[in-house]
Design a protein around this ligand. Structure first.
Ligand SMILES: *Cc1c(COP(=O)(O)O)cnc(C)c1O
Length: 401
């Protein structure tokens, strides 16, 4: 990626700032993961992690489908594929969104509350349809520790486990809903493959028990996303092979042609093949600390600030210095990387030991492909947006998003 950045920098005078996505790597890696899953397990991509069209086009042929959380996301998916399976979840779905979901032929709707069941049943009735749903359940816990937990504690997500009997009773009154199984998405960024496999096992045992209790035929269990990316130690990533091996032993007990298990991963699919690159505009000392100010910042790449971590980066050297004034440089020091916003929260990396960094060099942040641009407040302060570069088999598609 460093060569691509250096080469592109040579073609322009403006300070460099871009997202770069290696679509070939994205396709190969995702296809390999999807095909390594045991039989009856399917991989979906949760598009909120990065819903850019080029990303969805690259992924559509290699994943089983897409998970979405709004009508806007449904439309983005239908833009790239008329028939790929869609799972539709998220709290507070409006009538228009549910209507849209039926119109766009989504595969399953994850209902998040009893009120939502009633609402969807009425809409389905108007269309004379029986709609397939999964009930999203927020478990009592305790669940494995995670930096971001959607379940196992009070949140706005899902039907609480204690309320399941009432929800099941209410379903008797709702002839236009067909419960096909359960949905769980309890945590995000789990790095422990063993714990995650156990969590899936736990979901399966609960779903089996409930199916028996309520006389349901379970066709799907959605075990959510939440497979993690280790931003602190890039060499120590989620152990996919171990996870898949553990799932293998689950097959006999749980998954079968009658009951498929779905994953809907976001971060784990797009993080590692995306990069954010930003040119150093200034280097300064302030009260004994060093700062490198880059073209860009958290309005492009809010992930480090949202997760409150120091994001790893690499210095890409740019030797040209066409200016008549002196080139600032910092050697063998600790430096914090900050952006151009007028807030001390605009920090991408903190107190990182570097050999050398100069104004005009470019900092390359890896693992930026998920929850980067997608969650950032792009127009705060009205600075220019980064370029979006999609690299694909020697062809490249540039341009805005
Ligand atoms: C965000 C989300 C996902 C994806 O989460 P990751 O942690 O990125 O894998 C999956 N399912 C639901 C319901 C979500 O809200």
């Amino acid at each position: 990626m460093a060569e691509v950045v250096q080469e592109r920098k040579q073609r322009q005078n403006e300070p460099f700032c871009a997202y770069l996505h290696d679509l070939d790597a994205l396709k190969v890696q995702t296809a390999s993961r999807a095909s390594s899953l045991p039989e009856f397990f399917k991989l979906f991509y949760a598009i909120k992690a990065n819903s850019e069209e080029a990303i969805l086009r690259a992924l559509a042929p290699v994943v089983h489908g897409f998970e979405v959380a709004s009508l806007g996301e449904i439309k983005k998916v239908r833009q790239v594929s008329a028939d790929i399976p869609i799972l539709f979840g998220g709290p507070g779905k409006t009538e228009a969104e549910l209507e849209g979901a039926l119109q766009h032929n989504v595969h399953l709707i994850h209902v998040e509350s009893v009120h939502e069941m009633n609402k969807l049943n009425a809409i389905a009735g108007r269309h004379n349809k029986k709609v397939s749903v999964l009930l999203r359940i927020n478990l009592k816990g305790p669940l494995p520790q995670a930096k971001l937990a959607m379940g196992g504690r009070p949140t706005q997500f899902g039907i609480e486990e204690e309320q399941l009997p009432q929800a099941m009773e209410q379903l008797q009154q709702l002839p236009n809903l067909q419960v096909e199984g359960f949905h769980f998405h309890s945590l995000s960024n789990n790095l422990d493959a063993e714990a995650h496999a156990q969590l899936v096992r736990y979901y399966c045992s609960l779903a089996r028990r409930w199916a028996e209790t309520y006389g349901l035929s379970l066709r799907y269990l959605n075990a959510g996303g939440g497979l993690g990316v280790n931003y602190a130690e890039l060499e120590q990533q989620f152990d996919w092979n171990h996870f898949v091996n553990q799932l293998g032993s689950l097959v006999k007990e749980a998954a079968s042609p009658d009951m498929m298990i779905y994953f809907e991963c976001g971060r784990y699919i797009t993080a590692s093949t995306g990069y954010y690159a930003a040119e150093v505009l200034d280097i300064k000392r302030n009260h004994g600390k060093y700062y490198a100010v880059v073209r860009g910042g958290t309005h492009h790449f809010r992930l480090p600030s949202s997760w409150q971590h120091s994001h790893p980066f690499q210095v890409i050297t740019v030797d040209e210095w066409p200016h008549p004034y002196e080139r600032p440089s910092l050697d063998d020091e600790k430096v914090s990387v900050v952006g151009q916003l007028c807030t001390p929260k605009d920090v991408l990396a903190q107190d990182v030991q570097i050999d050398q960094v100069r104004v005009g060099d470019i900092l390359l942040f890896p693992y930026a492909g998920a929850y980067g641009w997608a969650i950032s407040h792009h127009d705060f302060l009205s600075h220019p947006h980064p370029e979006h570069i999609y690299l694909e088999s020697n062809a490249e598609i540039g341009g805005g998003v």
